[in-house]
Ligand binder design. Structure first.
Ligand SMILES: Cc1cc2nc3c(=O)[nH]c(=O)nc-3n(C[C@H](O)[C@H](O)[C@H](O)COP(=O)(O)OP(=O)(O)OC[C@H]3O[C@@H](n4cnc5c(N)ncnc54)[C@H](O)[C@@H]3O)c2cc1C
Length: 392
C-alpha cells in the first residue's frame, strides 16, 4: 500500500538555477539503473522524482530472478516462482522455466539500487517540461521547484515521455493499460499464473503473482480503450480474494526512439516495456544500464554527447526485431480461437521447447549484460572527445 513520504509545501525549497553534469528524471527502475552505472564516475548526478524513492509502486513487481541477482537485489525478493501456468477457456498448462521469476518488494528494491548509486543526489520535484538549450550546450529542465540544467539529461519518467512534445497520451498512443489488486496471501504457490480468456479481457491477459504475504492479481489490456477495473475485480473474486489495494498504470507496447534532440530516454519513456508480456522492469534495467554506460563514457572523456546519443540510439535500434516479433504475437494471440491457442500452449509445453522459447525470451535482455561492467560495443568510440560545457 502507498505510504506518502514526499515532502510538501514549505518543506520544498527552490532548486532554481541548480546545475549538474547528469540530470536523471525519474527514480524508478530505469532511472536508478542509469544512476547506478555512474557511481564512482566522479560526475555530479542529480536524480529527480515527484515521489520519494520507492514510495509509489506501479507494477506487480515480478522480474527474472537472474536479473535481481545480477544487480545485487536478491534481498528484496519476496517469493521465487520457478513455474508459469497459462489458463484458457479450454484448459491449463504449466511450464517449468529454464530460469525463475521472483516477486519483490518495490520499496526495498529501490532502496537497494539507490545504495549502489554512489554520490548521486536525490530531490523530489515534478518534472514539467523541457526548457531551452543554452549556448554552453546545457539543457534546461523545468520542474515545479525551478529550472535545473545539465548537459546530459535522461527522461526515465515512464510512459508519458514527459521531455518530448507532444507527450504520449492515451487512448491514441500505443499504450496498454493495467490494474491490479493486492489481497492477503498465505505464501503458497510456485507459479506466475496467466489467464488468456476473452471473457476476462478481449485483448490481453489476467495474472496472479504470489508475493509471500500478498497476491498481486490484475488484468492488462492491449487495447487502451478497454477499462480493466471490472475484469480485475471479477478475476480477484473468481480466485476467492477481496479486490483491495488497487494500483494501475499505462505501459507502452511499441519501441520508441531512445533519443530525441539532446535527451536520452530509458525504460517506458522509450517504449522499452516488452510487447505481449508487458514485462518492463528487466528491460528498464537493461536499457538504463546501456544508457548509463554511454553517459559514463562522456564523463570519462571517451565520448561526447553527440556520439553517446548516436551510440545509444543504435543500441536501441538493434532491438527492433524482438520487439516487433513480440508485438506481432500480441496482435495474433488474442485473435486465435481458444481451441487453437490451447493446443499451441500444449505443444510448447514440451520441456525442450519451453527451454528454447523462454531462453530466447530472456536473451533479448540477458542478465549477463548487468555484469559486463563495460559499455556496450557501440560506445567504444573514441578516446578524448569531451562534451563542451560540461560543468565539473
Ligand atoms: C498493473 C501493472 C503491473 C505490471 N507488472 C509488471 C511486472 O510484474 N513485471 C514487469 O516487468 N513489468 C510490469 N509492468 C510494467 C512495468 O511496471 C513498467 O514497464 C516499468 O515500471 C517501467 O519502469 P520505468 O522506470 O521506465 O518507469 P516507471 O516505473 O513508471 O517509473 C517512472 C518514475 O517517474 C516518476 N515520474 C513520472 N512522471 C513524473 C514527473 N512528471 N515528474 C517527476 N517524476 C515523475 C514516477 O513517480 C516514477 O518513479 C506492470 C505494469 C502495470 C501497469
Amino acid at each position: 500500500m502507498t505510504v506518502r513520504a514526499t515532502s510538501r509545501g514549505a518543506q520544498r525549497t527552490s532548486l532554481e538555477g541548480t546545475r549538474a553534469e547528469v540530470l536523471i528524471c525519474g527514480a524508478s527502475f530505469a532511472g536508478l539503473a542509469v544512476a547506478r552505472e555512474l557511481a564512482s564516475s566522479g560526475a555530479s548526478v542529480l536524480v529527480l522524482d515527484r515521489y520519494e524513492i520507492g514510495e509509489r509502486q506501479t507494477s506487480a513487481c515480478a522480474c527474472p530472478t537472474p536479473w535481481l541477482e545480477a544487480l545485487g537485489l536478491g534481498a528484496s525478493i519476496k517469493q521465487e516462482l520457478p513455474y508459469m501456468s497459462f489458463t484458457t477457456p479450454r484448459g491449463s498448462v504449466r511450464y517449468r522455466l529454464p530460469w525463475s521469476w521472483s516477486s519483490f518488494d518495490y520499496r526495498q528494491l529501490c532502496e537497494l539500487l539507490w545504495a549502489q548509486c554512489g554520490e548521486a543526489r536525490f530531490e523530489t520535484a515534478k518534472v514539467e517540461s523541457l526548457g531551452q538549450r543554452r549556448a554552453d550546450g546545457t539543457v534546461d529542465v523545468i520542474t515545479d521547484r525551478g529550472t535545473i540544467s545539465a548537459p546530459l539529461v535522461v527522461d526515465a519518467l515512464g510512459w508519458r515521455r514527459v521531455l518530448c512534445s507532444p507527450h504520449y497520451q492515451p487512448p491514441e498512443a500505443p499504450l496498454s493499460r493495467g490494474l491490479e489488486v493486492h489481497p492477503e496471501h498465505d505464501g503458497s504457490g510456485d507459479a506466475l499464473e496467466i489467464w488468456i480468456e476473452r471473457s476476462i479481457v478481449r485483448r490481453g491477459y489476467g495474472w496472479r503473482v504470489p508475493a509471500a504475504d500478498e497476491a498481486r492479481i490484475g488484468v492488462g489490456s492491449y487495447d487502451p480503450n478497454q477499462h480493466v477495473k471490472e475484469p480485475t475485480v471479477a478475476l480477484s473474486e473468481r480466485l476467492g480474494r477481496d479486490p483491495i489495494n488497487y494500483q494501475g498504470n499505462w505501459f507502452p507496447h511499441r519501441l520508441r526512439a531512445a533519443t530525441e534532440g539532446d535527451i536520452f530516454f530509458a525504460g517506458d519513456s522509450a517504449g522499452h516495456c516488452f510487447p505481449l508480456s508487458g514485462e518492463g522492469i528487466r528491460t528498464a534495467f537493461y536499457f538504463g544500464i546501456a544508457c548509463g554506460r554511454e553517459l559514463r563514457a562522456v564523463i570519462e572523456g571517451r565520448s561526447d554527447r553527440a556520439a553517446a546519443l548516436a551510440a545509444y540510439e543504435s543500441f536501441n535500434s538493434g532491438h527492433k526485431r524482438p520487439f516487433a516479433i513480440a508485438l506481432a504475437l500480441q496482435r495474433l494471440i488474442p485473435a486465435l480461437p481458444p481451441r487453437v491457442l490451447t493446443a499451441l500452449l500444449a505443444i510448447i509445453g514440451n520441456q525442450r521447447i519451453v527451454d528454447r522459447a523462454f531462453g530466447w525470451y530472456l536473451d533479448q535482455a540477458a542478465p549477463e549484460f548487468a555484469e559486463l561492467g563495460s559499455p556496450p560495443e557501440a560506445s567504444k568510440l573514441s578516446d578524448t572527445r569531451v562534451l563542451a560545457g560540461v560543468p565539473r
